[in-house]
Design a protein around this ligand. Structure first.
Ligand SMILES: [Mn+2]
Length: 317
């Protein structure tokens, strides 16, 4: 009989006690033998304004102690159908951007080599670039991108190409993403110039601005998302600033008029059927948080993603 890793039983050890790991799962040294690896990427070296997402993984682990064994709506019990554990944090370098990117890529490549699907917690959104470098080695993949921002700018502070406002332009340039299989949902807020998104659209990226999302609703938008990415390899990235700051204030670049947490949950549940090769939740910045509420949003969105990914693993078995 298969034995899966189980979270610490909250009826035996209360949720506020014991070691802090993602969802109270065992901490394991490698991803060997896992179906899904939960990973911290405590690095915010790409942040252009309010830093702090480097502290995200630790606080998300703390709030994730509130996650239980099964999803109330889908009935998915991820820890009973997939091998899941916390593999710790990737190595990072907080004072050297290029070395930081290299360390994250190398660490993620080691996890990917085991065959485990990575579900990581950032870190700022630049962390997704080295993750894609590690995962898209055999050709460009699709991207489902929940965010207030397109993150496809060219450079900042002169000709610096690597910030959390540029990862997806770099990923397209490096051949990691197929721009015709990228969809960005929730984009809003003031921009640097009226044509800021022209480059992205010219590449073929489908931008669903918040206004269109509100007009069309979750089901119709997610049906289009499926038609864009199809059944080929797709990465899912969830920037917590896609959520309205009234529900997720602890982030570096808040934008009002965002998703409710409920809308975000509904969208992630409708990722069922997508060929997910990995996912992340990024930009939880605890120094700006109130009572851990944004870290709780991050932990819960990780749980929502985990349920969809565990179901995918189980269906393939
Ligand atoms: Mn972002």
């Amino acid at each position: 009989m298969t034995t899966f890793h189980q979270p610490v039983d909250a009826a035996e050890v209360p949720r506020f006690a014991g070691h802090s790991t993602f969802m109270r799962l065992p901490a394991v040294p490698t991803a060997e033998g896992l179906d899904i690896a939960l990973i911290g990427i405590p690095w915010d070296g790409g942040t252009t304004n309010r830093a702090g997402a480097r502290h995200g993984p630790r606080e998300v682990r703390n709030q994730s102690s509130l996650m239980r064994a099964a999803h109330h709506a889908s009935g998915i019990a991820p820890f009973s159908i997939a091998h899941v554990a916390d593999v710790g944090d990737l190595p990072v370098n907080p004072i050297n951007l290029l070395d930081g990117l290299k360390l994250i890529e190398t660490g993620m490549a080691q996890i990917a080599a085991t065959g485990a699907l990575p579900l990581s917690c950032g870190g700022d959104h630049l962390t997704t670039l080295p993750v894609l470098r590690a995962l898209a080695k055999s050709g460009p993949v699709g991207l489902i991108h929940f965010d207030a921002h397109s993150d496809t700018n060219d450079s900042y502070f002169g000709d610096n190409p690597f910030t959390h406002g540029t990862p997806f332009r770099r990923a397209i340039e490096e051949g990691l993403l197929d721009p015709h299989r990228i969809v960005q949902i929730g984009i809003r807020g003031s921009v640097y110039e009226p044509g800021e998104h022209d480059w992205a659209k010219a590449q073929g990226i489908r931008i669903i601005y918040m206004e269109e999302f509100v007009r069309r609703g979750v089901a119709e938008v997610m049906a289009e998302v499926h038609s864009i990415v199809g059944d080929r390899a797709t990465y899912v990235t969830f920037d917590v600033d896609s959520i309205d700051p009234s529900m997720a204030p602890g982030t570096g670049t808040p934008e009002i008029g965002g998703f409710t947490t409920r809308e975000a949950q509904q969208m992630v549940r409708l990722l069922a059927g997508v060929n997910i090769i990995g996912a992340d939740v990024v930009e939880v910045a605890p120094p700006f948080d109130l009572a851990g509420m944004t870290a709780l949003v991050g932990a819960t969105m990780m749980f929502e993603l985990l349920c969809v990914m565990a179901d995918l693993v189980d269906r393939r078995r």
